[in-house]
Design a protein around this ligand. Structure first.
Ligand code: PLP
Length: 389
């Protein structure tokens, strides 16, 4: 640190996720292919591009701030979606905010609900940014190791509750494991929250990307969580709009009133042009998004087949959703951080060290199958050659 400079304890507690650092190391090394980042490879669909161009040409307001909680038409479309797909009764004016990605919605929720010293239970391995956000808020992340097959261990969740526990924060489907929690697990989680008066923050960023059945139910639909649940979602994955930075939150009006204060002093509003993109994605033709999901399902098969061919060296639980696989590294006892860096430097393949997602992830690499098939094949070819060398 430079002489005389000091920073807040708050930022001293957090770090940039290795999900972002690995591609930065790879950029220095050059020539890498990626099983790393959580980006579906698809370009922004034509009808979304057209709608944004039209808005910019015809609507003088498209280049200006929107209303602070988001464009009314988009909040209404989100409310309809939540009712149609999750059975929620939603007041778009008082309970929905459009945010700068799911990430900002999560931050608004965590900063509104978590007090200094509050414990937040997180099924683990956990999405790294969930942990960092709780730390930023001064809270204490409490990892609750997953059960067999990366399932939700409800008994362990209950056993982890203390008088300081404030909330449960989780994603379903799960990044990084690809697990999809079913109704029994979600009812179990809701029961823990109800018995102990906890808030629940449910991050449903990957809800539409499930391959073996219908969209999982939302824990937010359970009546026992009424008034104590924040649902967060994103346009990044389902609609392949990662760079547009749009997400949303649904919460009861008293919670939303607090979250909007954080939203106001972080983002003011989500970018209006990006909100037009999100609106077009929701209201326009859906076939293109269904085709993306079909492509991701095929990529899951490809990735699993390539991992099966490496069975002695890597093992995994077949993912049911999102586009990640946690591959256990049977061929080495090396720390996953070191291994991932060696893979970049020696094999020119980006993976994410499992330790990024907490102690329960150590001994694994997170592999994403968001990339196109040619890149996936090339990445697995390189890993296979590297292992044989
Ligand atoms: C579980 C989860 N939540 C939230 C996010 C952030 O999404 P957004 O791009 O909408 O900010 C991600 C991104 O990878 C994620 O995996």
């Amino acid at each position: 640190m430079a002489m005389g400079m000091s920073f807040s304890r708050r930022v001293g507690r957090i770090r940039i996720s290795e999900t972002k650092l690995m591609p930065m190391i790879a950029a220095e090394v050059g020539g890498c292919v990626s099983l790393g980042q959580g980006v579906p490879s698809f370009p922004t669909p034509e009808h979304v591009v057209d709608a944004v161009c039209r808005a910019l040409r015809e609507d003088g307001a498209a280049g200006k701030y929107s209303l602070q909680p988001g464009m009314p038409a988009l909040r209404e479309a989100v409310a309809e979606l939540l009712t149609r797909e999750k059975g929620l009764r939603v007041d778009p004016r008082a309970e929905v905010a459009i945010t700068v990605g799911a990430m900002e919605a999560l931050l608004c929720a965590v900063l509104s609900l978590v007090e200094e010293g509050d414990e937040v239970l997180m099924p683990s391995p956990a999405y790294a940014s969930h942990v960092e956000q709780v730390l930023l808020a001064g809270g204490v992340p409490v990892p609750v190791p997953a059960g067999p097959g990366w399932g939700l261990d409800v008994a362990a969740l209950e056993a982890a509750v203390t008088p300081r526990t404030r909330a449960i924060l989780f994603c379903n489907p799960c990044n990084p494991t690809g697990a999809v929690f079913g109704e029994a697990e979600l009812r179990g989680l809701a029961g823990v929250a109800e018995r102990h008066g906890l808030y629940v923050i449910t991050d449903e960023t990957y809800d539409a990307l499930v391959y073996d059945g219908p969209m999982p139910m939302s824990v937010a639909a359970l009546p026992e969580l009424a008034g104590r649940c924040v649902l967060v979602n994103s346009f990044s994955k389902r609609f392949a709009l990662t760079g547009w930075r749009v997400g949303y939150a649904w919460a009861s009006a008293p919670i939303m009133d607090q979250m909007l204060k954080v939203h106001d002093c972080t983002a003011i509003c989500a970018p209006t042009v990006a909100q037009h993109a999100a609106l077009a994605a929701l209201r326009g033709p859906q076939e293109v998004f269904a085709a993306m999901r079909t492509a991701l399902a095929a990529r899951r098969e490809l990735a699993c087949a390539r991992l099966d061919a490496l069975a002695g060296a890597l093992s995994y639980v077949r993912p049911a959703g999102a586009f990640y696989i946690m591959a256990r590294t049977l061929f080495t006892g090396e720390p996953s951080r070191q291994l991932a860096e060696r893979l970049i430097r020696e094999a020119r393949v980006i993976t994410i060290p499992g330790s990024t997602f907490g102690a329960a992830g150590e001994g694994h690499l997170r592999l994403s199958y968001g990339a196109g098939e040619a890149e996936l094949e090339e990445a697995f070819d390189r890993i296979s050659r590297w292992m044989l060398a």
